[in-house]
Design a protein around this ligand. Sequence first.
Ligand code: IVH
Length: 674
Amino acid sequence: MKKTESLAFERILKLRKELEEHNRRYYIDNKPLISDFDYDIMMNELITLEKRYPQFSSEVSPSVVVGSDVHNQNTGSQFVQAAHRYPMLSISNTYDKAELSVFDERVRKILQVNNVNYACELKIDGTAICLTYIQGKLIRAVTRGDGSVGDDVTRNVLKINAIPRVLSGSGFPDEFEVRGEIFMPWKSFDELNLKREENEEELFANPRNAASGSLKLIDSEEIGKRGLKAIFYHVLYDQEMNYTSHCQLLESARAWGLPTSPYVTLCNSIEQVSAFLDFWDVERTSLPYPTDGVVIKVDNLLDQKILGNTSKSPRWATAYKFKPEQALSRVVSVDFQVGRTGAVTPVANLEPVLLSGTTVKRATLHNLDQIKSLDLHINDMVFVEKGGEIIPKITAVDLSRRDSIVFPVVFPQNCPDCGTPLVREESEAKYYCPNQFGCPTQIKAKFLHFCSRKAMDILAGEATINQMFEKGYISFLSDLYKITEEQLLSLQGWKERAADRFLQSVEKSKNAPFSKVLFALGIRFVGETTAKSLSRHFGSIDGIISASREELLQVEDIGEKMADSITAYFREPSNVSLISDLKRLGINFEEKSSGNSKSNKLAGLNIVISGVFSISRDEMKSVIEAHSGKSVSSVTSTTSYLLTGENPGPSKLQKAKQLGVQIISEAELMAIIG
Ligand code: IVH
C-alpha cells in the first residue's frame, strides 16, 4: 500500500470509530459531545475519503449505516422493540447552496423536466416519531431506532396532549402511518432545566436531547408535564388514495386533526428555494421552537416514486442545514475549573449575550493550546457558538475589534483550589492537579459523580455535596453511607422530608448493579460501557483487582491506557481500603446473573442479538445468560453466534457474514437450550 493510501485508511478508520462513538452519545445517551455542525464536518470528510479511496469503503461504515436511538442495546430494556413497516430513512444534508443546485439538477435530469415544484419545510430540531392510526385511532408510536427497528413508546406518546389519540376529520385511510418530529419549545426547555437545577438534577444540553430523553421516560405521567409538541410531515399508506402531491396530503393531515407546519411553502425553482432559506436563516430565531435547517422535497408524489431511495435516504428530498448561530461578546475574565479527575479547564466569563434562545455568560476554552491557538486575551471580543454541551464554546477572536487594553490569559502553575503544582502528561493537552485525595474540588466532584443518576443514583447534587463537605460529614465516598438523619437536619434548609428521601436513596443504592458501582468509583477512563464490559467479564471486584494488565487487555473495549489506569487505581492502598469499607457497608460488588442458571448449554459462547423476537430483547439476553452464555453488543471475531429475529440490523448481518460468524434464529437457539 502506498504511504498516502495507508494514511487515508488510518484516517478513515479513526473517523469511523469517532463517528460511531458520537452516534452512541447522540442517539442512546442523549448527551452529544460535539455540535451537529462539527459532526457533519467529520461525516463529510469520511464520505469524501471513501469516495476517493473506494477500496476502503465498507457497508458497515457510519456513512452508510443509519445511527440508532434504540434504547436497550446496552442500557437495559425499558421499551419493547417494534419493526417499522416502511423503513425510516435518513436524509442527505448540506450547508452549501451550490450542492442544492446539484441536487436540483439531478432531480430534473432523472425526471427529464425543466422545472420541479419543491415543498420547503422547516427542519425542526426534535426527535423523529412514527405513528400508526387505524380507523382514526392512534394505536402505535415508535421511535426511529436504526431505521428498521425502533422503541415502542406508545404508552408515553399517549400522554402528549399535542398528539391526537383520535382523529377528528374524515377521509383518512383506514390504516396509515404518519411521521413527524416531537419537540420541546424553548420556553418549556428553560422551565424544565430550571426545575432540574433546583432539584440538583443533570441539565439537558438542548431541547432536542430534552425531547428525546422525555420520550424515553419510564414515568409516563411525567412526560405529560414537559410541554412537548409535535409537527407531522410525512404520511404513508397502502390503499389507493387520490393524492397527487405532498402539500395536498399535508393539508389533509391538518384537516384530520394532526398538527402540521404552517410554514410549508411551494417553490417552483431552486432560486425560490434559496430565497426561502435566506428568509428562515434569520427569521428562525424568532420561532418559539428550535429548527436546524430546511427540508426540500419534490412535491409530486409520482415523481417521488420515480426518484426512489438509496439505501440510506430518499432521492426526492434533501436538507439544507443552517450554520450554528453565533454571538459576539467580550471576555471579562477566565476561571480555571478543576474536574473530578483533576483536569483543569479554562472557562471564559463573558458579558451576557443572547444565543439560540438562551442567555450565555460563560464559554469553555478546553485547554491551554486552545487559548494559544485562538490568541485569546482578556477584553477581547469573541465569537461564541453552542456545541453539543451545555456550556458554549469560543470559536474565534474578532481581532478587528481588539482594543489596546487587552491582557494575556495567565494559565496557573498551581491548582486554583488546593495550590498543588499542576502537571501535564506528554500525550495530553490538559493540565492536572495531582492531589487526588486532598484537593477539595476534586473530592467534591468525585462525590457528585458517585451520586449521579447513571452511577449510584443518590439524591445529592452540587449544593448538597458542598454543604456536607463543608460540615465535614463526608471525606471518603463511604461516608455517604454513615450520614445520620440528625446530621442532615443540621444542614441549612433541610427538613425531615428531604432527609428521608436522601436516606432512602442511599439505602436503595446498595442494590445498584455492580457495573454502576464500578462506574461510580470514578476510575479514570472507565465510563459506563467499560464498567459494563469489566463487570460482565470478571463478575466481581475481586476478579478485577486480581486481574493482570494482560488479562484486562483481553476484555472487549479495553485498551492500554484504560488497563494502566485500572491497575494504577487498585495499586493505591486508599482505594483498596475504600472498597472494603463500601463492601462492609453492604454495597454490591458482584455481578448478579439474572435468574438462577438453568443450564450450561451456552457456556463459553458469546452471542450477539439483533432484530425483534417473540420476547423483548432484554428477556432474550436473560435467557442467554440463564444458560450460561454471554450476550455481547457487537459482532467481532470472538462472537460465537449472531442470533437474529425479525428485521435484524443490516450492519450486524454484514459483519457476521464477513467474519464467518454463524447466524442462528430464535427457534434454533431454543433447540440448542432445549
Ligand atoms: S422529511 C423521507 N421533514 O430531520 C422523509 N424530516 O432525516 C425524511 N426532520 O430525523 C424526513 N423536520 O425527523 C423531514 N419537515 C421535516 C423535518 C424532518 C425535522 C427530521 C427528521 C429526521 C431528520 C432528517
